[in-house]
Design a protein around this ligand. Structure first.
Ligand code: NAP
Length: 309
């Protein structure tokens, strides 16, 4: 039986791994389908303390994993199929095999939100993408007009990054001001290759029949006017949805699916703790996820100490 199993290897999961490993609890850390989490898909992280020149997101996560492994964490590439929180010890089924654990730290993060408009799903990976740093440099996008949807930090970051490759980047946002932090918003709007398209939403991605993105249909929410904006790629950056489907009906969560701890990081099932974006719809920063991961590790450690008394 394991003492600690951690689901997720983003900032929250790996920080929990560093702390529980240093407490000699040899945590088993399960990567899920995206080892390193969403930060691996970002470019330079400029706001993680300790890196005044910034650090590549992938490198930051690789370093965190190495730090956890140095103290005895075991990182396993695996997806959790089911979790049986009503059993004691807690049982998880991973790639067809059962494992049991005294404590569980859920740090499953969040995935990209979709627009849910016609053509989006059909043209995914054929010009529709959710990650500029992953796909922006691909040949179909070079020297072509591209569209980014969203008004947050992610959309600004994606739009700015894409200016390296695109002939022009249209930033389509449903309001007339950006949600992004001031520094990101100002940098984005000052970029001569980026043109904002305010008060507008994408209603359809064209052209499914052609098997590639040739444009997007837009609707201006203030005037109701419809138009077609030709482009070779659509980069969707409209936020995230928490990866908590496994725990529906068992663990407390809000109406959007974010886990809701009862006290500190402790969930409503004893021995279960949570950290990071799966439980935080407010701050959602690398450093806040890391901080929650630390708290969850300390809470799990105290819970284990309590079991021994
Ligand atoms: P976000 O802040 O939630 O922004 C999502 C954006 O998408 C908002 O502008 C929202 O519009 C728009 N949106 C949501 N649903 C939409 C829909 N169905 N159709 C059209 N537009 C839609 O998400 P995020 O930009 O991914 O950022 C998430 C968190 O990560 C934030 O806390 C952010 O600060 C952080 N982050 C930080 C950095 C950095 O510091 N380098 C980089 C990336 C992300 P409204 O504004 O109208 O709501």
């Amino acid at each position: 039986m394991e003492k600690v199993v951690i689901i997720g290897t983003g900032c929250a999961g790996l920080t929990a791994a560093i702390y529980t490993a240093r407490a000699n609890l040899t945590p088993l850390v399960l990567t899920g389908v995206m080892p390193g989490g969403l930060l691996t898909t970002t470019s330079t992280v400029e706001n993680f303390p300790g890196f005044p020149e910034g650090i590549d997101g992938y490198e930051l996560m690789t370093r965190m994993q190495a730090q956890a492994e140095r103290f005895g964490a075991r990182v396993q590439f695996a997806s959790v199929e089911s979790v049986h929180l009503d059993e004691k010890p807690i049982r998880l089924v991973i790639d067809g095999q059962s494992i049991t654990t005294q404590t569980l730290i859920i740090a499953t993060g969040a995935g990209h939100r979709h627009l849910d408009v016609p053509g989006e799903h059909e043209l995914e990976k054929k010009g529709v993408t959710y990650c500029a740093t992953c796909d922006g440099a691909l040949p179909p996008f070079r020297n072509q007009p591209l569209v980014v949807v969203g008004g947050g930090d992610s959309a600004c970051e994606e739009a700015t990054y894409l200016t390296r490759f695109a002939s022009k980047v249209y930033l389509v946002h449903r309001r007339d001001s950006l949600r992004a932090s001031r520094i990101m918003a100002e940098r984005t709007l000052a970029n001569p290759k980026i043109e904002p398209v305010w008060d507008s939403v994408v209603t359809e991605v064209l052209d499914v029949a052609a098997g590639k993105v040739t444009g997007v249909r837009l609707r201006n929410l203030k005037t109701g006017t419809e138009s077609v904006l030709p482009c070779a790629g659509l980069f969707v950056a409209v936020g995230h949805v928490p990866n908590t489907q496994l725990f529906k009906g068992v663990l407390d969560m809000d109406e959007n699916g974010y886990l809701r701890p009862t006290e500190g990081t402790a969930m409503n099932v004893p021995g279960v703790f949570t950290a990071g974006d799966c439980a935080d719809h407010v701050y959602r920063q690398a450093i806040t996820a890391a901080g929650m991961g630390c708290s969850a590790a300390i809470d799990a450690e105290r819970h284990l100490a309590g079991l021994q008394q």
